[in-house]
Design a protein around this ligand. Structure first.
Ligand code: SER
Length: 504
């Protein structure tokens, strides 16, 4: 185990300059909000924003690039705070080849970086390969010199990278054995076990197929390399910390939570879990809001993920007795910590703070009452099940995201009729659409020339918004008097100043 005093900033720089020395062009992180990719809501890996370079659709600035990409994965949200390695936001370091080098160089460089540059003990590292990838096996075994019994062969579920549609392929991961004390102790616990002993730190993907999204694979015109090294995980392994939350990525954030709550991180299991959830969710929310294509909390798509994260953080914040406005205080720490690596956070700081203030306030106002209501609901839940209408009531009246109701229910061994919730949700939407159509149809009682002009102006404004922002812009209402017009619309993210100027 290396004891070099690295932090996330040093490791990020070491990775990027190592690959620059191998002829790669360093690019800044792409936005977290995917562009022209309907298969993903949020960027989840270094390769995701570069799909057109892999397919050859767009010519890359160079055929070798390296990045540190902002990534979000919320699929494992239930594991946050419980395991050593899960977080919804993380930074992924990656080196990429678009029809340039392939397996040999990728494998050799991953090993060189981990063992020689970072200094990890090679006797604790275990590569895995796709089950029938004998070419990768030979490189690991005959060229790198890893003994055959330390190379693990896994099937498609573990060793074939694909997410959404697009470029994909078999992969070769590298695991680090952190030692028995981190293991689950179950018989058969080895590389690939779900516990925290063998931590995957690197993934070399041999990206050579295109998945059309329907499960049809075709060979890409050229073969590519897509690698990923989780920054926080690698620092965790490297510094011998128990979990990613003990690394310097979280030091300042946890200290702020302690200061605001007067509680101590590590005091007991529940407190620790709450600290980690707040820290993780606030980091993710700050990065979503602080993106140049930042979105606002809403009930759809990225906005819903954001809303869910902020509300979950607020709920755990209340559990710790955090003061009002705590989300902004934590966001300020995060912006300060990351402002050099991600200057967009500082550019968008005012938006981050505004949106957090609004969302925390909206939710906090109803949360106490909502919790009381939930207690009542739970105590009268027939057959241990909360019905869909009730779950919808908690959502509609108290702002409880359905996932939160499910989570609270689980804590009390109850289940929720989520299909019933969807049905109630759909019914409610139909009714409110019908309502929105009375309100505005023929609402022009005043037919003076000014009013008529402003009425025409709303149509022009709507058309201009659609022209600049796209068809996603939906009118939510308008109100016209002789002096002015008001036009309400929904759109998935913040409209930039430039866009507004264009609309005007
Ligand atoms: N796309 C792969 C992953 O995310 C390697 O970067 O693991």
């Amino acid at each position: 185990m290396s004891t070099k005093p690295y932090g996330v900033n040093e490791l990020r720089e070491m990775f990027l300059s190592f690959f620059e020395s191998k002829g790669h062009l360093r690019l800044p992180s792409f936005s977290l909000i995917p562009q022209n990719d309907a298969s993903l809501l949020l960027i989840n890996s270094g390769m995701a924003p570069m799909k057109p370079y892999f397919t050859g659709e767009v010519e890359p600035p160079r055929h070798r690039v390296c990045t540190c990409q902002k990534c979000i994965r919320t699929g494992d949200i239930e594991n946050i705070g419980k395991t050593a390695r899960h977080g919804t936001y993380f930074e992924m370091l990656g080196n990429f080849s678009f029809g340039d080098y392939f397996k040999r160089e990728a494998i050799h460089w991953s090993w060189e970086f981990l063992t020689e540059v970072v200094g990890l003990d090679k006797d604790r590292l275990y590569p895995s390969i796709y089950v029938d990838d004998d070419e990768a096996f030979d490189i690991w075994n005959k060229e790198v010199g890893v003994p055959a019994d330390r190379i693990f062969r896994f099937g498609k579920e573990d060793n074939f990278w694909e997410h959404g549609s697009g470029p994909c392929g078999p992969c070769s991961e590298i695991y680090y054995d952190r030692g028995e004390k981190y293991g689950c102790g179950k018989p058969g616990c080895t590389v690939g076990c779900d516990c925290d002993r063998y931590m995957e730190v690197w993934n070399n993907v041999f990206s050579q197929f295109n998945n059309d999204g329907q499960g049809n694979y075709t060979e890409l015109a050229h073969k590519n390399i897509d690698t990923g090294m989780g920054l926080e995980r690698t620092i965790c392994v490297l510094t011998g910390k128990k979990t990613v939350y003990e690394t310097d990525a979280f030091t300042d954030i946890l200290a702020k939570i302690a200061e605001l709550s007067g509680k101590e991180y590590g005091a007991d299991e529940e407190t620790t879990k709450a600290f980690r959830i707040i820290a993780d969710h606030m980091r993710t929310s700050t990065f979503i809001l602080g993106d140049d294509r930042g979105v606002s909390p809403s009930n759809t798509d990225q906005g819903y993920i954001l809303r869910r994260l902020i509300r979950r953080a607020v709920r755990y914040g209340m559990q710790l007795g955090m003061p009002d406005g705590f989300t902004c205080e934590i966001a300020k720490v995060i912006i300060n910590q990351y402002r050099n690596a991600y200057p967009e956070l500082e550019r968008n700081a005012a938006f981050v703070i505004d949106q957090l203030t609004l969302e925390e306030g909206r939710f906090a106002r109803t949360l106490k009452q909502g919790n009381k209501e939930f207690d009542k609901v739970a105590s009268r839940a027939a057959d241990g099940k909360i019905d869909g209408e009730t779950a919808f009531h908690l959502y509609d009246t108290y702002g409880f995201p359905i996932e939160m109701t499910v989570e609270l229910a689980k804590e009390r061994n109850l289940t929720v009729d989520t299909a019933g919730f969807e049905e109630a949700f759909r019914k409610h939407q139909e009714l409110s659409h019908q309502g929105a159509e009375q309100k505005f149809k023929g609402g022009l009682a005043d037919t003076s020339e000014e009013t008529a002009r402003l009425h025409t102006a709303t149509h022009l404004l709507h058309a201009a918004l659609r022209k600049v922002l796209g068809d996603e812009v939906a009118q939510k209402g308008s109100n016209i008097t002789a002096e002015r017009l008001r036009f309400d619309f929904s759109f998935g993210r913040k409209v930039t100043k430039d866009e507004l100027a264009q609309v005007e």
